[in-house]
Design a protein around this ligand. Structure first.
Ligand code: ADP
Ligand code: MG
Length: 629
């Protein structure tokens, strides 16, 4: 297990530019909406900028009385010589209006943006989910579920956060900075230039700080990743933890991981908290300069080079100038990690399934069941040859049994029949079609599998059996369960067929899960049936039930049975004995026994014992039927 909890990639993404461009593509369908957002944004920023200006007008014309005539727009509104009370009332009323407008437009803007990004988020998640469904098993051999989940859930969320509200803030911040700069220059360029003196100092501080803060937060992300990896592992392994009574040690380890995370958080948050006050100090310095130098421009010159109102307005503008700069610096960091997340997503979306339908693939017609393995070799990884020159044939309706030690390659052989992986050389042919030249779905639709351990989904028993054939009616499901000897068991469950099964069917015993799996396979009624040690580690009573159900299923159907059950093996038309990826012997039960080779020794060590516990000489079809069936 590993790093499932780490959601944000570290550092600067390599091709952030490309990832950014590709992200924009998702927003292309929303061009009109984006334009609308931009318009609303500009109006909102203009409203913001008007505030300090209105204050300047109020101070210069109605609180103190300046020599200048009223601005033209105000004269239009209230005449050239209004009373001071009226003037003050009107300008302050307008000021209140601009604030209300700003709030209202923000709400509209965020609403427009959030709806859009949530749609994009949904689209991304659907694309990733679809990709995950398409990817071959080999992909899952190499990637951890936790990591994939974190991409689906966290990375998309980070992207949506930054590209939704984040972009609005970035645009608004940039527009505000430019707007404030222009407004100040228009109102009084001398005072403006001087009040920007603090800017370089501010930027130097900001760059140093954000770097520090960023690397501190990187440590927090790494350690929180460790915390969640630790948690995930211990939840998954809780049986072992309890069985070995390792709760104390586990807790200690968890505590240590958490302590590292705590320390990292303390450092990071202290640093970032320190930045706020520094910003405040610098803004104050800016304001001091505005008032000091502004005072000088008034007192030291006749006529004065600036008005009191403008000084008041500037103190306000200065604040509005530095706030968004700070915001933008923080957003820049977020943007970096969102882009890193985007890169991870695109990497996943660009992964081609190793086993993909060929462009000229066709649907395989209804399968008769003529199966040929023609000199098949296969390896999962470069190193190890797992199947070495495997050749055999199954005629329609025959049952072939595969036996051999654990790790010999039995499961791999049947995985190739479903084309879960592609062979390295040779071919697997079904009714004469190379499985690589037919649509995998058309093939898998006609193959039923009862694996060693069955995955049951969260849902009712009925739904889980219906997974075998989605369009089956309730009656068909029940008929299948009866044929699979599962009906009696299901009837005994609290809600019968409507009983909810938890994750992995945790509420059922292994044997009962297998009975449901067989019901699934019966319902599917496949042309070819694969049983992969379907009855290993099942109690004897259930095994009898399963065995009988299997006989119903094997009957007149092409079947590949990986078995440890003597009865199934002995009845097989052909037995393949696999060892270290090779067929070392094949033939019928008696022939193989006579050879006194691997089959013989497997038989002596394993199957003989079963024979002794079963009624001597019973064959599979003739097992005593349990009372429940
Ligand atoms: N997904 C996989 N990735 C890499 N190696 C695998 C994978 N599955 C099985 N193997 C290896 O391939 C060999 C054959 O495995 P398998 O077919 O499962 O054997 P069997 O079913 O006979 O026990 C083993 O050495 C096993 O370790
Ligand atoms: Mg196996």
């Amino acid at each position: 297990m590993g790093h499932g909890g780490i959601s944000m990639a570290e550092g600067k993404p390599k091709s952030a530019g490309q990832a950014f461009k590709r992200l924009l593509v998702y927003f292309e369908p929303y061009k009109k909406r984006l334009l609308l957002i931009l318009v609303v944004l500009i109006v909102a920023v203009l409203g913001d900028l008007a505030g300090p200006y209105l204050i300047a007008v109020a101070v210069d014309h109605f609180i103190t009385v300046g020599a200048q005539p009223l601005p033209a727009w105000l004269q239009l509104l209230i005449g050239s010589s209004p009373s001071r009370g009226l003037g003050l009332g009107v300008t302050m009323g307008l000021l209140a209006l601009t604030y209300a407008l700003g709030w209202f437009l923000s709400v509209i803007m965020y609403r427009l943006m959030i709806r859009m990004t949530q749609k994009v988020l949904l689209l991304m998640r659907m694309q990733i989910f679809q990709k995950l469904q398409q990817l071959s098993l080999s992909y899952y051999d190499q990637h951890e579920a936790g990591d994939l989940m974190s991409r689906l859930v966290n990375d998309t969320q980070v992207i949506a956060d930054v590209f939704g509200p984040g972009i609005v803030q970035i645009l608004r911040g940039s527009l505000t900075i430019v707007g404030v700069f222009i407004s100040m220059m228009l109102l009084n360029w001398r005072l403006s230039l001087v009040s920007f003196v603090v800017l370089p100092v501010f930027i130097v501080f900001a760059v140093i700080f954000t770097k520090r803060v960023r690397s501190a937060f990187r440590v927090t992300r790494k350690t929180i990743g460790e915390v969640s990896a630790n948690l995930q592992e211990n939840i998954a392994g809780v049986r072992e933890v309890q069985a070995f009574a390792r709760e104390g040690e586990t807790l200690k380890e968890f505590r240590e991981t958490n302590l590292r995370n705590r320390d990292a958080n303390v450092t990071a948050q202290t640093l970032s908290a320190a930045f706020g006050p520094i910003l405040g100090v610098l803004t104050t310095v800016g304001i001091i300069i505005v008032i000091g130098y502004g005072g000088y421009l008034i007192l030291g010159f006749n006529p004065p080079l600036v008005s009191v109102g403008i000084i008041v307005a500037f103190t306000n503008y200065v604040r509005r100038f530095y706030d968004p700069i700070n915001q933008l610096l923080q957003l820049y960091n977020q943007l970096q990690s969102a882009l890193a997340g985007a890169e991870r997503l695109f990497e996943l979306l660009d992964t081609q399934p190793e086993v993909a339908d060929a462009p000229d693939a066709v649907d395989i017609p209804p399968i008769v069941g003529d199966i040929v393995y023609d000199h098949v070799t296969f390896r999962y990884t470069e190193k190890e040859l797992v199947l070495d020159d495997i050749s055999f044939a199954i005629k329609p309706g025959q049952t072939v049994a595969i036996v051999g030690p654990t790790g010999a390659g039995k499961t791999t052989i049947v995985a190739l029949l479903q084309r879960m992986y592609d062979v390295q050389s040779g071919a697997v042919l079904v009714d004469g079609h190379d499985v690589r030249h037919i649509h995998a779905k058309s093939l898998r639709d006609q193959i039923g599998v009862v694996p060693q351990d069955t995955y049951l989904f969260t849902g009712t028993v009925m739904e889980n059996i219906r997974y075998g054939r989605l369009e089956a009616s309730d009656e068909e499901v029940i008929a299948a369960a009866k044929l699979a000897n599962a009906h009696a068991l299901i009837e005994r469950l609290p809600d019968g067929y409507q009983t909810m099964l938890g994750e992995r069917g945790a509420t059922l015993s292994h044997g009962n899960r297998q009975l449901l799996a067989i019901s699934r396979a019966v319902l599917k009624d496949p042309a070819v049936l694969i049983l992969d040690e379907a009855t290993s580690s099942v109690d004897t009573r259930t095994e009898l039930l399963i065995q009988k159900a299997l006989n119903n299923l094997l009957h007149k159907r092409t079947s590949v049975v990986i078995a440890h059950r003597l009865s199934t093996i002995r009845n097989a038309d052909n037995i393949l004995v696999i060892d270290k990826g090779k067929i070392v012997e094949q033939g019928k039960h008696n022939e193989l026994l006579a050879k006194e080779g691997l089959y013989y020794s497997l038989y002596m060590s394993q199957f003989r014992r079963q024979e002794e516990t079963e009624a001597p000489g019973t064959l599979s079809g003739a097992l005593p039927a349990p009372a429940t069936s």
